[in-house]
Design a protein around this ligand. Structure first.
Ligand code: MN
Length: 195
């Protein structure tokens, strides 16, 4: 089975000015499309061709892992963004954030710091550990928390291709503006699936 790059649920210019149409055209239309193409080439004719993308991320290593995880991570990243997002979590997720980070504002600070201080390319993650505790982590390159048994809820892509056209070297500014696009309704849904 070939993996097909889905259409985004918003127009390429809908996330401006935080994420320009040009960034989305390259980031989704070129980078993410390349991860899909590489992935399809690598699994063709192998037993993995019948697996889900998540199964491949969990089971693979090396170049296949890099391409499968990048394909998965970008789907997860782009589908949590919206031009009209719910700006704050409510309900069980809001309670868990208060419990584990003190407050939503404190959580946002720690998460943005994880993204800003990751050296080189990678991802900042909010995940649920098997114990139920929420945790923030950094992943280099394609690294994804699924491998350590956690369930990802939210991610920030801090590869330069995610922000360089719009923010150049100002990664912390990109991260603080990214909150304008994160749809907490999506994140709440992901959290509720773990309860
Ligand atoms: Mn990316």
């Amino acid at each position: 089975m070939k993996f097909e790059l889905p259409a985004l649920p918003y127009a390429t210019d809908a996330l401006e000015p935080v994420m320009s149409a040009r960034t989305i055209e390259f980031h989704w239309g070129k980078h993410e499309a390349a991860y899909f193409n590489n992935l399809n080439g690598l699994i063709e004719g192998t037993p993995l061709a019948d697996c889900t993308l998540e199964e491949i991320v969990r089971r693979s290593d090396g170049v296949l892992y890099n391409n499968a995880a990048q394909a998965w991570n970008h789907l997860f990243f782009f589908f949590q963004l919206s031009p009209k997002p719910k700006k704050k979590p409510t309900g069980p997720l809001a309670e868990a954030i208060d419990r584990d980070f003190g407050s939503f504002e404190a959580f946002k600070e720690v998460f943005a710091k994880a993204g800003a201080t990751l050296f080189g390319s990678g991802w900042a993650w909010l995940s649920v550990e098997p114990s139920g505790k929420l945790t923030i982590s950094q992943g280099s390159n394609a690294e994804n928390p699924l491998r350590s048994g956690a369930v990802p809820l939210l991610t920030a892509d801090v590869w330069e291709h995610a922000y360089y056209l719009d923010y150049q070297n100002r990664r912390p500014d990109y991260l603080s503006d990214l909150w304008k696009l994160v749809d907490w309704e999506v994140i709440e849904g992901r959290y509720e699936d773990t309860l």
